[in-house]
Design a protein around this ligand. Structure first.
Ligand code: C2E
Ligand code: MG
Ligand code: MG
Ligand code: MG
Length: 276
């Protein structure tokens, strides 16, 4: 009886796996087609000065509009794009499109705006990355010093082979920011070895910064650390006025989050620029 039971469990398990990998392959094919058929678009989330409320820049966030499945969030397809390598062509498109858009905005009364773009480590491992970045900057006439590449802490800290690439990027004048800072790594020593400009405090510490002692102290420690070693610091996931109060008391003056605005499509971002 036990044996039979085990077998049928195994069968179910197996079917489940087959189902999973079929689903994966379908999604991967859809992703490939999506790239060819221009099903992706970008939204932009405002980054603001918490003290003056001035609009400082925006983070580009990719969206996938599948003809049947509707809008699929990056949390669902970015991991698959990374595993399959499709993040390389997709990421190149994201970089070109966001630089093109930001150049347009800069030439229309907003020259000071800076652009943040999320980059997967998989892209940094592509030997052509720096060449592509350089030609995108030339092609779009985007000022490299106004571009910031965001790289997630958890992956970056574990891959030292990216250090030379980061130095190449810095030589172009482009800035580097560590995304989701505080969640990814147990040792801080890697900060010394990586050419970093900005620490982006993860939203998990901001969410309850006003009610939770630990979150507050962690956020404070990150702000202090950044300042003491000459890095900029920005908070993400600001949803409440209380969050702004706590952060500005602790000396963090840059942030983004739903309190100011959710990520916006191009038209909505242009409205935001005018009315904000
Ligand atoms: P991330 O770079 O840390 O982006 C922040 C995420 O938090 C975004 O989710 C944003 O919409 C969301 N967010 C912003 N403000 C708030 C807030 O006040 N409260 C809450 N609860 N959430 C807020 P999104 O757009 O779903 O992106 C999720 C992640 O997917 C990003 O995290 C990033 O790691 C990745 N991703 C998004 N776009 C790209 C891209 O173009 N390239 C790559 N490689 N990864 C991307
Ligand atoms: Mg980011
Ligand atoms: Mg983040
Ligand atoms: Mg993230």
């Amino acid at each position: 009886y036990v044996k039979d039971r085990g077998k049928s469990d195994y069968k179910i398990f197996n079917q489940d796996l087959e189902h999973q990998s079929l689903e994966r392959r379908l999604l991967e094919n859809a992703l490939r087609q999506g790239i060819n058929n221009e099903q992706f678009y970008l939204e932009y989330q405002p980054k603001v000065n918490l003290i003056t409320n001035k609009l400082m820049g925006m983070e580009a966030l990719v969206r996938w509009k599948h003809p049947e499945l509707g809008i699929i969030s990056p949390g669902k397809f970015i991991p698959l794009a990374e595993e399959s390598g499709l993040i390389v062509p997709l990421g190149e498109w994201i970089l070109r499109e966001s630089c093109r858009q930001a150049t347009t905005w800069q030439s229309k009364d907003y020259p000071h705006l800076s652009l943040s773009v999320n980059i997967s480590v998989r892209q940094l491992e592509d030997i052509h990355f720096v060449t592509k970045l350089k030609s995108i900057l030339q092609e779009t006439e985007f000022d490299p010093t106004r571009l910031e590449l965001e790289i997630t802490e958890s992956v970056l800290a574990n891959i030292k082979s990216t250090i030379p690439v980061l130095h190449e990027i810095k030589k172009l004048g482009v800035q580097i920011s560590i995304d989701d800072f505080g969640t990814g790594y147990s040792s801080l020593s890697y900060i010394k070895e990586f050419p970093i400009d900005t620490l982006k405090i993860d939203q998990s510490f901001i969410r309850d910064i006003h009610t939770n002692k630990e979150s507050k102290e962690i956020a404070r420690a990150i702000i202090k650390l950044a300042k003491s070693i000459g890095l900029r610091v920005i908070a993400e996931g600001i949803e409440l006025e209380e969050h702004v109060d706590e952060l500005s008391k602790d000396g963090c003056i840059l942030g983004q989050g739903y309190y100011y605005s959710k990520p916006l499509n191009v038209d909505a971002f242009e409205d935001f620029m005018v009315t904000y």
